[in-house]
Structure formats: structure tokens, C-alpha cells
Design a protein around this ligand. Sequence first.
Ligand code: PXG
Length: 440
Amino acid sequence: MPLTPQPNLEPYWMPFTPNRAFKKTPRIIHSAKGNYYTDSTGRQLLDGFSGLWTSGLGHCHPRIVAAVQEQVAKLDYSMAFQVGNDKAFALAEKVVELAPEGFSRVFFTNSGSEAVDTALKIALAYHRARGDGQRTRLIGREKGYHGVNFGGMSVGGIPPNRKAFSAALLPGVDHIRHTHSLPDMAFSKGQPGWGAHLAEDFERVVQLHDASNIAALIVEPVSGSAGIIVPPLGYLQRLREICDKHGILLIFDEVITAFGRLGAAFGADRFGVIPDIITTAKGLTNGVIPMGAVLVKESIYQALMSGPENQIELFHGYTYSGHPVAAAAGLATLQVYEEEGSFAQAKSIENKFEELLHSLKGEPNVIDIRNIGLMGGVELAPRTGAIGARGFEVFLKAFEDGVVIRSAGDILQFSPMFNSTTDELERIVETVHRALRKIG
Ligand code: PXG
């Protein structure tokens, strides 16, 4: 007996999903609790992807649910411009407390994509406010994912996300090369030892355009969507040095890596490299209410606080920036991270996760395994003439067997909950062992 009657599937145009195929064999989630989903047929599924990198604390965490319920009944919404709400201020203060040293200001958005476009706009406005307005070029990296808005898509480097919109990509954008190389780093555990020299490609791009024209470089500390590409040892440090040498802002897109996924508050902390701007979303509210945040250093904020005091300093913002219900969810989430020691908890299971993930080496078609913190990727050889089919079949088989992972093309992705037990980690990996043997 289904838990709910089958909805009419047609009107909803689903994101990043082959709609026609999905609607023939839908997978509908009915409810969730802790590390498990229940689907519409009443089956329990172990969530090995923490929502979509969002929900490291587990689903429907009682503290966050209570905070949202209380807030929505007390102040559902208030005007975001010229008027503020107490929860947004409190959350900004809490984010700053957690942030690496020097980050003192927070701009709220509703998603990672909006956080990225906000960060790019802040970078341009910063240089202009300092009389350096010719610094307009934005540099991204191949295989980068920075959301789907025009700015983030333009600095992004995943070809299918750009192809159909090519004519409308931002001008003045360039990309440095990605750091992925199977022959040099396959089956690395954690950061590959090979590849720090690839940061010199940034210097090449700087020379080409001249540093005086470049506003910012944006990278994910670990590429997520492209399939868990872990930065080579020393690579991020070198990007930081090149930015410093040329007065270019370094933006870390930490939509995935912030708030515990790497066993630390931020990827910047984990790698010991401090950028100038950090974008976040997902784990900010544990996925409960959509929200993103851009963290900036004091010097960037101050550069923009230069005109007359009664004039708007940054002509940017969203109706829902600092939404009180989202902010309440964020506050509760950050409190739970602190009280439950969630980042240390995530760190404490990463070795077990690494060991189990790498046990997939030797299974049919596995050509690489990559991991850091609680991010894992298993790359499969594509089937001839059917790129992505093998990965998707493994995802489906695992789903049938009661475990949710993600496939992006032929790369299987893993993002377990911070409190996963060894049994749960074993179950996720065992299910994939079986699926790989079955699929062939
Ligand atoms: N930056 C990064 C680094 C992201 O991972 C975004 C920006 C955009 O966030 P919003 O909230 O606008 O979606 C993301 C989103 C995957 C996957 O399969 C990852 C994302 C989205 C969809 C799929 O890894 N991350």
C-alpha cells in the first residue's frame, strides 16, 4: 500500500533530472528521520548522500524543526530592506564566530547560486570602490561548479551546464585548468601528492590578461559536482600566493565544504588557506530551509562603506535575504553543530569512510577512488557509446537495495551523515560492491 496516492507527475518540471524517464519510474520520498528516508511505498532508505550534501546532521533534527516551528508562528517574514529581523543579525554573528580569522561580515542569500553571484558582484564593487575599476575579469576553473545563475555558470567549468547558454555567458571570464589526472593520481587517499605545479596555470592566465584587469579567482576547495576532485598538496597555497602577488581576490566556493563536510568549520580551515570571500549554503541550515551566505573580510566591507552614510553601499539583495525562518533554522543548526561537536564527529569517522570506500578498488569498471573528509567519489569506466549509463544503473540498483548515493555521469558520489555508524558506512559501501558486480 503506497503511503500517499501517486501525485500527477506531469506539471512539475524537475531540476537536473531526465523528466520523461523519471516520470515513467518515479522515486518519491514521503518522509525522513535521522539518517533514513521513507519512500512513497513505505520502504526505508539509508541516505548516503546527506540530502544533496545538505543534511549532515540527519533529517528532521528535532532542534531545528522546533526552531523553525517556533519562528514561523512568531515572525513569518518582515521586509528585508531598510528593516531587519533579530534572527538574521544573530545568525550573522554566529557565522562570523565560526569563520576563519578576519571574516567579519555576512551577506545572506537563498541558495548557493545566489551566494556565488553575490560574491562575484562584491568582488567587482570592491575594486571599483577602491579606484581599481578596470579589474573586471573573473577567473574560474575547468570542472568548477558554482551554481546555475549567469555569473556562476560563466565562471563554472562543467561543459553541459554551459553549452545551451553559450551566447549569454558573461564576457571577460577565463578559466584555469583543472587538477584531475587519472595517470598521476588515481586511487589517491586524501590530497594527491602530485599536481601542486598546476597552480602555475593561474599565473599563465594572469600574464595573458594582465593582473591589473583581474578582479577575482573563484574555486571550490574540493570540486564537488565534477566528482570529488581533491586539491593536490600545496596547490591551494600556491593559488593564494599568486592572488596576493597580483592583488586578485580569492573566492572559495564552500557551498559543499563549509560546516563540517571536511571535519572542520570550513575548507579554508582544513587546508590552512584563507581566501578573501567565502560562499556557503547547504549546511548553513542543514538543508531545512533554503539559505546561503557570503562571508567577507573586514577590509572588503570597509572599502564599500565609503560614500555618504545615508546612501546604499551595495545595490544588491534579495526579498528573502536574511529570511527570519531560514535564519532561525541556521541558528539552530549552528548551535547543534557546536553542542554535538559535529565537525569533530565527522572527522572521527573519515578514516573508516576512506578505508571502506577504497575497498571498492578491484570491483568491475572502477578506475579511480577519491576522498577527503566525508566526501567520496568512485569513478567508473563509461560504457562505449553510453556515457553515464553505468553510473546511473549503480545508483538505481543501490536505491532498489535501500541505499541512496548519487551518480553524476559515471562518477558515484558519497556524502554520509556526520554521525554515521560503522554499520551504516559498511552498508552503503557493501550495497555498492553488490551493485557493481551485478551491473557489470
Ligand atoms: N557552488 C557549489 C560548490 C555547489 O556545490 C552551488 C554552488 C549552487 O548551489 P544551489 O543551492 O544554487 O544549488 C553548488 C550546488 C552534485 C550537486 O551532484 C551539487 C550541487 C548541486 C547539484 C548537484 O554534487 N551543489
